[in-house]
Ligand binder design. Sequence first.
Ligand SMILES: *[C@@H]1O[C@H](CO)[C@@H](O)[C@H](O)[C@H]1NC(C)=O
Ligand SMILES: *[C@@H]1O[C@H](CO)[C@@H](O)[C@H](O)[C@H]1NC(C)=O
Ligand SMILES: *[C@@H]1O[C@H](CO)[C@@H](O)[C@H](O)[C@H]1NC(C)=O
Ligand SMILES: *[C@@H]1O[C@H](CO)[C@@H](O)[C@H](O)[C@H]1NC(C)=O
Ligand SMILES: *[C@@H]1O[C@H](CO)[C@@H](O)[C@H](O)[C@H]1NC(C)=O
Length: 401
Amino acid sequence: MTIPSRWVYIALLIQLSAAIYAPVREYSGPNFFSGWDYYGFVDNTTWGNVTYVDQNTGSSQKLTYVDPSSGHAIIRVDNTTNIPSAPLVNRNSVKITTQDAYPIGSLITIDVSHIPYGCSVWPSFWMLGTNLTWPFAGEIDIIEGINSLSQNQMALHTTPGCNLVANSTQTGHTVETDCSTGQGCLVQETKPNSFGVAFAQNGGGVFAAQLDVSGIYMWFWPRSSLPQSISHATSQSTMDLSDWGTPTAAYPSTGCNIAQYFQPQQLVLDITLCGVWAGVPSIYSSTGCSGQCINNVIGSGNPVYNEAYWDISYIRTYIATADANTPSPSAAVVYTTTTVDGASSTSDSPSSSTTTGSGNGNNAEHATNGGASAPRVTFGSGISITRALLIGASVAALWML
Ligand SMILES: *[C@@H]1O[C@H](CO)[C@@H](O)[C@H](O)[C@H]1NC(C)=O
Ligand SMILES: *[C@@H]1O[C@H](CO)[C@@H](O)[C@H](O)[C@H]1NC(C)=O
Ligand SMILES: *[C@@H]1O[C@H](CO)[C@@H](O)[C@H](O)[C@H]1NC(C)=O
Ligand SMILES: *[C@@H]1O[C@H](CO)[C@@H](O)[C@H](O)[C@H]1NC(C)=O
Ligand SMILES: *[C@@H]1O[C@H](CO)[C@@H](O)[C@H](O)[C@H]1NC(C)=O
């Protein structure tokens, strides 16, 4: 159908002033752990000294459970088993991956009260495109850190050709601009209380990631300064980003063709111990820890891993219903979001570079998603653009009277 351009114009105005992300799914409370696959074998991607348990072991050993008093999901390292010194040492921990994959056009929020921390501890909440070999489908690290670090780090991992541009509008500190390097295009948080003991003592906070053809954007707010759109949100409400402020990390498409480098992303939560980042002796000692990393893993597990747990109120996923207002200093800039019903999502082939990306850096970490079955790609209902156009049309009709 051909829509008169004036109607489109008005519909666009309405979309820009209205909340435009529709809720897709919430992982929370008693249902938090449905919809995830448990890894179920040793850490063979970041080479930490852990065995990632299967779902039954996770529940029976209380490594994954819903806290009855808070209703929050707890995901933790085993801190009750005595592990004697041996040539090969692995402690039980958890890595879980959503069965659903979230395409460009998605928005993710996570409300966390406690991120695992302590010497040898390496937690991560991240996203991985799994329908191609790593990193051809892209990786997005939203929460990540090690040992006694006090600042969160955000990063993208891709094949060569995707970069964080110098003129990116973000509050974080750029450590690396090339997303194909070992550590990825890495941005360090500059707000206080984003990780470790300070994050937990401050009551945690909320992190968010927006996947848009115009760019990938990530935010962090400490508990005390959540925007109203976040603090008032429910599992059913739409999300409007207009009070979100400048993101911590912004990867505009001027430096990275998002649709080319990123396929639909599965969400991953994990905690490893030591491994190719936290456990590298020089890194271990320069991030506030003494002795040898493995000596934390060996022994009773307590109190050394008493703080090695995630406490999560919810993870919410959204889909753009129309043109989304992305974080821009200029309200006049209108970005285009591809995915309304999935049909319009660009799917160019990833770069044909021969880079394999396997383990060439401290933090070239996450590699494959082993253990998870093929993801379901989730899209929004697709009704909202129709609704917006109908509203636009009726307003236009009134306006033309
Ligand atoms: C720790 O795990 C790594 C990776 O699996 C392994 O190479 C190393 O030998 C382990 N160290 C010990 C003491 O088990
Ligand atoms: C950043 O620079 C690029 C290339 O010069 C330009 O296309 C883009 O508009 C600039 N972005 C901002 C936010 O200034
Ligand atoms: C394990 O850690 C939790 C806190 O995360 C603590 O309540 C519990 O007492 C610890 N277990 C042991 C055996 O110390
Ligand atoms: C990966 O998934 C996306 C979205 O479903 C699709 O467009 C693309 O063709 C897939 N790529 C491969 C290699 O399967
Ligand atoms: C990790 O181990 C599992 C089980 O042996 C295997 O299926 C998976 O392919 C391995 N992943 C990597 C990256 O080696």
